[in-house]
Design a protein around this ligand. Structure first.
Ligand code: GLN
Length: 487
């Protein structure tokens, strides 16, 4: 492997500007690395070499002319395969979209291309982003670079594994209930979910529209902050995007956090949290104390309902969003249909996987007349209470801490037979989506078997700058980032 692939985006940028390497060579190095390790990792559904190389060439032309470069120009990136890149397949790792070619770019894609970021490939995910291990992909099992017998987390497993394996420097994922933070934690890298509405969802295949949010993966906090700067902002094509100026997060990382008030979420620290994860959390608390932050315990009494609430709201929205996949307009259509209804039914029966079907059924049931008030309405009421818990907490503290997951990455197959056990892996992450607040997973150590542990930090809406600031300080005070799995 070309050692430059192990460096941060800002170091790679320096090498580009100093002409130690060209952007074309840097992207080629990423493709060489993919050739080397992809048979082990299986992070990609497809490679998009033509667009990557075209973009890299443009970067080299700019450098040759001495023109100013956008901050991430030339830095190889992977896109989760539920975001559109014109002319290439967007499959959501589902058989139903296997042959679907994006007719337009997602807004994030457009922004990346405008910023001359070479898009190297489309990364594997759980089908329609439903899952916590990437085992629900219809196509392949992405493996965790730290232990090939273990899952990379999900649903953005391909995006996380590709960064952890140095196939790319950066990637984008989407997070509906933890799908960026969890794989970030399992793969030992940064995974960040912004405030709901901070990043446009236009061109992202919808799972649960009131929860979905696109965000960055990177190997250090500064890179994640730069990537969020590039993809954020209001978008006329997404009415839920926020018309609030985008801060230069990467310039606000090194602010002293002395006196910052940090709450430790009581409900996520005790029972069920593995001993190694508890130790890592204690180290995180000690780190912040040393940095001069004031630590206090915070209780979020409604948090215990978050998984139940999520699986009503997310499935209800998914059942509605996935109604469009009917064999008429997109992708797969059954070969033997005798009538229109028969065509719809067989198409969906043949091309959706078991988890997607389970969720469509659950969501349709929760929304059906007679049950709507009992389930969907109740879930919405509880969602408001969960949000109120956070509002109250953030009157007392600036940020909240917890593990990203009570455990580290698990073995393939160990939870596939028991959907509820799988759903529980998101206990710490889901409530941030219900409340619309930003959250990050930062590497916080390793368990006794050498698997990465993630520290989750949560902030009030639109306080991304503070979130990155505290994450950066934690990263700098420890030595957990830039550790590489040997492959
Ligand atoms: N694991 C959760 C689920 O299965 C969250 C997925 C996500 O954030 N996309 O729904």
């Amino acid at each position: 492997m070309n050692e430059i692939l192990k460096k941060s985006a800002s170091e790679q940028r320096k090498a580009l500007l100093n002409k130690e390497i060209s952007a074309v060579e840097l992207s080629q190095a990423a493709f060489d690395r993919i050739d080397e390790v992809e048979s082990k990792i299986e992070a990609f559904n497809c490679l998009t070499k033509d667009t990557a190389m075209q973009t890299a060439k443009k970067v080299d032309e700019k450098i040759a002319k001495g023109e100013e470069l956008p901050i991430l120009a030339g830095i190889p990136l992977a896109l989760k395969d539920n975001m559109n890149l014109i002319g290439y397949p967007t499959t959501a790792s589902s058989k139903i979209l296997q042959n679907f070619v994006s007719p337009y770019n997602a807004t994030v894609t457009e922004k990346l291309l405008n910023n001359l970021v070479p898009i190297v490939g489309k990364a594997n995910l759980d089908e329609f982003a439903m899952g916590s291990s990437t085992e629900n992909s219809a196509f392949k099992k992405t493996r965790n670079p730290w232990d090939l017998n273990k899952v990379p987390g999900g649903s953005s497993g391909g995006s996380a594994a590709s960064v952890a394996a140095c196939e790319v420097t950066l990637s984008l994922g989407s997070d509906t209930g933890g799908s960026i933070r969890l794989p970030g934690s399992f793969c030992g890298i940064i995974g960040m979910k912004p405030t709901y509405g901070r990043v446009s969802r236009y061109g992202l295949i919808a799972f649960a529209s009131s929860l979905d949010q696109i965000g960055p993966f990177a190997r250090c906090v500064e890179d994640a902050a730069m990537l969020l700067e590039v993809i954020s902002g209001v978008d006329p094509k997404d009415s839920t995007s926020l018309d609030v100026p985008v801060e230069q997060y990467s310039k606000l990382l090194n602010i002293d956090i002395k006196g910052m008030k940090i709450g430790v979420i009581k409900e996520l620290m005790g029972e069920g949290v593995s001993v190694d994860v508890q130790k890592a959390m204690q180290n995180a608390i000690d780190t912040y104390k040393t940095l001069g932050a004031e630590i206090q315990e915070i209780s979020l009494p409604y948090l215990k309902h978050s998984i139940g609430v999520y699986y009503i709201i997310a499935t209800a929205e998914a059942s509605s969003n996935l109604a469009r996949f009917d064999g008429v307009k997109y992708g797969y259509r059954t070969k033997d249909a005798r009538s229109l209804i028969d065509m719809y039914t067989k198409t969906r029966a043949e091309a959706f996987g078991p988890e997607v079907k389970r969720r469509i059924m659950l969501g349709t049931y929760a929304l059906s007349s007679g049950y709507y008030d009992a389930y969907y309405k109740k879930a919405q009421q509880l969602r408001a209470l969960i949000k109120a818990d956070f509002d109250k907490a953030f009157e007392k503290v600036d940020l909240l801490l917890s593990p990203t997951c009570p455990n580290t990455a698990f073995e393939f197959g160990s939870k596939t037979e028991d959907p509820l056990a799988m759903y529980l892996t998101d206990i710490a992450t889901i409530s941030a989506n219900l409340a619309g607040i930003p959250g990050i997973s930062v590497p916080a150590g390793f368990d006794t078997s050498g698997m990465p542990i993630g520290l989750q930090i949560l902030a009030p809406q639109l306080q991304e700058a503070k979130l990155f600031n505290a994450s950066y300080k934690f990263e700098q005070a420890n030595d957990f980032c830039y550790k590489f799995a040997s492959l």
